[in-house]
Design a protein around this ligand. Structure first.
Ligand code: RP5
Length: 196
């Protein structure tokens, strides 16, 4: 069954505010739009969450509204098609898709929507995620999936890359990203080596 985080049940925004709309109705619509997810984080199984939660945590740290949801390519193909078909209309500007093994979800989602897809290879039981990586990265020409490292680093970096893309048109977000990177730099400079 699909598992979602608290933001994942956001319904498509109803664009009802027009010339006749009352101010209260307008402000309600505005508040709803402000909370609407702009990034979808999807994964093939709840067993992927340990890795994929790193993407959600990073998006939340930057205040980027997101939703998280299980969509299994091979067990929920119709749900996958519906998600892709409705993504642009719901205002999603990026989809981070994680999967393990044959890992069809990122590539299929990229085929189903023009919203850019960022793929995260989830470690698999027998091939440690090398199967996931090759499956996601080796997309044939025409339908790209931006592919990240296997595991937690890949999930966090997929979110950071989405944030960097959004930041090209969002000055406040760009400043947060610059500050985040400056903190990392300072942390690295402060590193001490035992006995050195
Ligand atoms: C893939 O198969 C999922 O993305 C997951 O990484 C893997 C195992 O799924 P479960 O058997 O844990 O549901 O579809």
């Amino acid at each position: 069954m699909a598992k979602t985080d608290s933001t994942s049940r956001a319904k498509p925004e109803k664009r009802t505010a027009g010339p006749a709309a009352k101010p209260a109705a307008k402000s309600r619509a505005g508040a709803k739009a402000a909370q609407a997810p702009v990034v979808g984080v999807i994964m093939g199984s709840s067993s992927d969450w340990e890795v994929m939660q790193n993407a959600v945590a990073m998006l939340r740290e930057f205040g980027v509204p997101c939703e998280a949801k299980v969509i299994s390519a091979h067990r929920m193909p119709q749900d996958m098609a519906d998600y892709g078909a409705t993504a642009p209309g719901r205002g999603l500007r990026a989809i981070i898709a994680g999967a393990g093994g044959a890992a069809h979800l990122p590539g299929m989602m990229a085929a189903l929507t023009e919203v850019p897809v960022f793929g995260v290879p989830v470690p698999s039981k027998y091939l440690r995620g090398e199967d996931s990586l090759l499956s996601i990265v080796q997309m044939p020409k025409g339908i790209p999936v931006a592919t990240f490292a296997i595991g937690e680093a890949g999930a966090a970096n997929a979110a950071l890359h989405v944030i960097a893309n959004l930041a090209t048109t969002d000055e406040a977000l760009r400043r947060k990203l610059v500050a985040f990177r400056a903190r990392q730099t300072e942390a690295a400079r402060a590193m001490k080596l035992p006995g050195a």
